[in-house]
Design a binder for this molecule. Structure first.
Ligand code: ZN
Length: 298
């Protein structure tokens, strides 16, 4: 009897585990506002359900994740999707756009549309490196239809949504999505929680400054581009990481080390528990070296 019970329990745990922890998690942040939190540091999305329709913040990618996001929205509401917001151009946030193209507008910063267009070939290659050779089967580039430079306000179904570009950072087109009444901020990839940032397109010195601008928004809940929702600590922690990374790289340069030596030797043990620490710290250091040598040549 006991044996049977424990086997059943194991089976339930196993099923629970495979069914849920392998999937992104939908969390309710406030009335009508939801976070869609990627597993193991994968990209996050959000959505806002109002009586005038749904606003989607980042459409995921590849296809299965985009459709999963759509399914989760449809489980909560049968209202149509009216707006899509892309926080920046990276495919894990935008390549699902085609599955939400019933939206009246796909909104982004002007540089996001520019990057999606001009960097298309290399962007697809980079995406396939991360998600697999077949990850773009059936993919159709679906560009933003409405872009802006500094700020844009949306009012829909009683919700106020402020979009703002606060300076270069993770890319040259990152925007934040801010709910002033609910004090909720979706930071896109300007914010990470307990995961090393991807710096492939980043402007690290600018990013540190841009994060200062982010502090001017009064929020109680922050949803990063990767990692769980939390409070403003994630902003300070990421800013400190970028500062520490720059400082550490500069120390090695001062000792006359080459880029390859720095990539091999660099350690930032304070962040060793963050996801991607081992894999991306050398890449992060490489990016800092390149940015510093570009700055020296200016
Ligand atoms: Zn990104």
């Amino acid at each position: 009897m006991f044996k049977h019970f424990s086997l059943t329990l194991i089976a339930i745990l196993f099923l629970t585990n495979t069914t849920f922890s392998a999937e992104p998690e939908v969390i309710k942040l406030s009335e009508g506002i939801y976070g869609f939190i990627g597993k193991k540091g994968a990209a996050n999305s959000g959505f806002v359900v109002t009586n005038e329709g749904v606003v989607v913040i980042d459409t995921q990618g590849p296809k299965d994740l985009a459709l999963h996001l759509k399914k989760k929205i449809q489980e909560i509401t049968d209202k149509p999707i009216v707006y899509v917001i892309n926080t920046h151009y990276h495919g894990d946030h935008t390549f699902g756009n085609q599955y939400f193209n019933e939206a009246k507008e796909i909104i982004s910063h002007e540089n996001t549309k520019k990057n999606l267009t001009e960097k298309d070939t290399q962007h697809r290659e980079q995406f396939k490196k991360s998600f697999g050779e077949n990850s773009l089967e059936g993919f159709e580039l679906t560009l933003p239809t409405k872009t802006f430079k500094n700020t844009l306000s949306l009012r829909i179904g009683g919700k106020t949504i402020e979009l703002a570009y606060l300076g270069k950072g993770h890319t040259d087109g990152d925007i934040i999505v801010y709910f002033p009444i609910e004090r909720i901020m979706f930071g896109g990839d300007l914010l990470y929680k307990e995961r090393l940032p991807w710096l492939g397109d980043a402007y690290i010195s600018d990013w540190i400054e841009t994060l200062k601008n982010l502090k001017n928004f009064d929020a109680g809940i922050y949803v990063p581009g990767h990692g769980g929702a939390g409070n403003i600590d994630m902003l300070f922690n990421l800013q400190q990481y970028l500062i520490d990374l720059q400082r550490e790289v500069k120390k090695y340069i001062a000792k006359g080390k080459t880029i390859d030596e720095i990539k091999k030797e660099i350690k930032l043990p304070k962040y060793k528990n963050w996801l991607k620490y081992k894999e991306w710290l050398p890449l992060n250091a490489d990016r800092v070296c390149k940015e510093l040598s570009a700055q020296r040549q200016e």
